[in-house]
Design a binder for this molecule. Structure first.
Ligand code: NAD
Length: 267
């Protein structure tokens, strides 16, 4: 097997489920070695790791660094360097969400959210960029969100953190503009993952309905003039964007917000 990423390696934070695992499988399908990161059931993570190796004949490792812990982040980057000899692609994808009115938004949750959604990406970039500059090739991709552009009530922390990661993306893109290193953000609309599943549960409970009964209503409140679309964005649609950004065709994408949202932003 193999593909255009043969001989390259990637660190993907928050890749034990959802969008991050989708990135991992899509890059591995192109021959890229992968370091997985995130929380979850140990056996399930090991299955996901072993599947990458057996399905795509690449090297895959795992490091469970907590993205709130700078020392653990450093250890994760050192592990990837030891496992693969280098890091060509960095995807900052770990993320958390919390909904609360701004007046009662808990400071500890706010700080955790900024640590995971923003600061960890700054730290990994700081640690990996020097070797990318040396080889004059690299891809840094940050998972932002439509919430890097618009918001909805009770999401002040998430929205502020996603605006911040978009800002970091633009700054890094400009600081590397004379190099072969690109930095871009992918901005998904609603993808059905653990993160959104929790939100759908709450939405259904608030209406006293079953989850499946509220799916259309849940989607419509986000994309009210696009009922014709009326579906979730798929993990595969998001990870295809990462594959493109990692290709040579993506070399001119600099500081972009690659939005895949079923028309949410143009409503
Ligand atoms: P998910 O819950 O499946 O994935 C989140 C990942 O981050 C998991 O691997 C989890 O273990 C990891 N993680 C969380 N806290 C961590 C920490 N402290 N340290 C290390 N890892 C940690 O959800 P997802 O939807 O796949 O989310 C991935 C990214 O996509 C997030 O940044 C999220 O904000 C973003 N996003 C999701 C949607 C959506 O609709 N699902 C939309 C826009 C953006």
């Amino acid at each position: 097997m193999g593909g255009f990423l043969d001989g390259k390696s990637a660190v993907i934070t928050g890749s034990t489920s959802g969008i991050g695992l989708g990135y991992a499988r899509a890059l591995a399908a192109e021959g890229c070695d992968i370091l997985l990161n995130g929380f979850g059931d140990e056996a399930e993570i090991e299955t996901a790791r072993a599947d990458l190796e057996s399905d795509f004949s690449v090297k895959a490792s795992f490091h469970g660094a907590d993205m709130r812990d700078p020392a653990a982040i450093k250890a994760m980057i050192e592990t990837a360097n030891a496992d693969f000899g280098k890091i060509d692609i960095l995807i900052n994808n770990a993320g958390m969400q919390h909904r609360a009115p701004v007046e009662s938004f808990p400071l500890d949750v706010w700080n955790d959210m900024f640590a995971v959604n923003v600061t960890s990406a700054m730290l990994t970039t700081q640690m990996v960029l020097p070797q990318m500059r040396e080889r004059d090739w690299g891809r840094i991709i940050n998972t932002a969100s439509v919430n890097a552009h618009v918001t909805s009530p009770n999401t002040s922390g998430y929205t502020a953190s996603k605006h911040a990661i978009m800002g970091l993306t633009k700054a890094v893109a400009l600081e590397t503009i004379m190099t072969g290193v690109t930095c871009n953000a992918i901005c998904p609309g609603t993808v059905r993952t653990n993160l959104s599943e929790h939100r759908i549960d709450t939405f259904a409970a608030e209406r006293g309905k079953t989850k499946e009964d509220v799916i259309d209503e849940f989607i419509d409140q986000k994309m009210p003039y696009h009922q014709a679309f009326r579906r979730f964005i798929t993990v595969e649609e998001i990870s295809a964007a990462a594959v493109y950004l990692c290709s040579e065709a993506g070399a001119a994408m600099r500081g972009a917000a690659f939005t895949i949202d079923g028309g949410w932003l143009v409503r």
